[in-house]
Design a protein around this ligand. Structure first.
Ligand code: FES
Length: 320
């Protein structure tokens, strides 16, 4: 057993005007998880501490909290591995309103799942036939493999806690919801693929991810949400759903590298917005002026790239 100081962020909206940290010193039993420690603190030191748990088996997703600054499933995390200089900091998940202590309001998170219809749309479901009379719809192991990773999501919201896009835009669907969407877009039994991909290509969907990769780092399962989002983007472009800023940005990016070997950041915003989108182009002017005043505007004429032949060869290979 080792003595550890747990610094836990506390907040009771009925009593406290703002959150504060409270320290609890405790011996950590060998093999204890972070959740075991939270329970011990609650049961033996301070019954007012409030946290969530249910399965204690990394299945229900309810025990996710921030441990030393990043989200973890408390029941899956060995306490011994999180002790830094005899201390451990535990806080509620980020990007969510704190209801009490370590409990956050997950309503905004769960309500977004409805936007991507997280259920199979089959012919039978679309017909007058009752769902209970429908035979099972089978798929091959290969088809299942395409949705296997997304299927492992336990909706713990760890990915959302560290999502930079969510932090700057609360309307962004978020990594877990988009991973769930990929699970149905790529399901060989689903009949609503086009409708789903059109919906996901709208604002706040697949193109609003900044691919920072935090969700992949923080996911306690094998979902790799950013990879699922990339897969959805690929599907959208293959299906020709490209009349949006995100898809145009990708195409402009590729064109720029293919033609000059460099990213021409003067042209990309114009291509992303669409050259006939006058209101959109006008909206870029204030940004351009601010960049110019701060000396951040990219050069008008780019330097020549010596290895342009290599770039062309790479593109040829990619095309193959
Ligand atoms: S208690 Fe269910 S995932 Fe931790």
């Amino acid at each position: 057993m080792s003595k550890v100081i747990f610094s836990i962020r506390r907040f009771n909206p009925e009593k406290d005007s703002k959150p504060y940290y409270k320290d609890y010193e405790m011996n950590v039993p060998e093999g204890a998880t972070v959740l075991d420690c939270l329970n011990l603190i609650k049961w033996t030191k301070d019954g007012t501490l409030t946290h969530r748990m249910s399965c204690r088996s990394a299945i229900c997703g309810s025990c996710a909290v921030k441990v030393n600054g990043h989200p973890k499933l408390a029941c899956k995390t060995q306490a011994a591995e999180e002790i830094i200089n005899g201390r451990m900091k535990i806080e509620p998940l980020g990007n969510a309103k704190v209801l009490k202590d370590l409990v956050v309001d997950l309503e905004p998170f769960f309500s977004k799942f409805q936007k991507v219809k997280p259920w199979l749309v089959t012919e039978a479901a679309g017909s007058q036939q009752s769902a209970v009379n429908v035979k099972e719809t089978r798929q091959s192991p290969e088809d299942f493999h395409r949705i296997d990773a997304a299927s492992t999501c336990i909706m713990c919201a760890s990915c959302v806690s560290d999502c930079n896009s969510w932090a700057s835009n609360e309307k962004f669907f978020g990594p877990a919801v988009l991973a769930k969407a990929q699970r149905f877009v790529d399901d060989s039994r689903d009949k609503a693929t086009l409708e789903r991909v059109i919906n996901l290509s709208e604002a706040n969907g697949i193109w609003d991810c900044t691919h920072c990769g935090e969700c992949v780092e923080r996911c306690p399962a094998e979902v790799k949400p950013m990879d699922r989002i990339v897969s959805l983007r690929t599907t959208a472009i293959k299906m020709g759903i490209v009349n949006n800023n995100g898809a145009r940005h990708v195409e402009g990016f590729v064109d720029s590298i293919r033609s000059s070997g460099r990213l021409n950041e003067n042209i990309i915003p114009v291509k992303s917005m669409g050259i006939f989108n006058i209101p959109g182009l006008l909206s870029l002017i204030p940004v351009g002026i601010r960049m110019f005043l701060k000396g951040k505007n990219p050069p008008i004429i780019h330097k020549h790239i010596d290895e342009m032949d290599d770039v062309k060869r790479i593109f040829k290979r990619l095309k193959k």
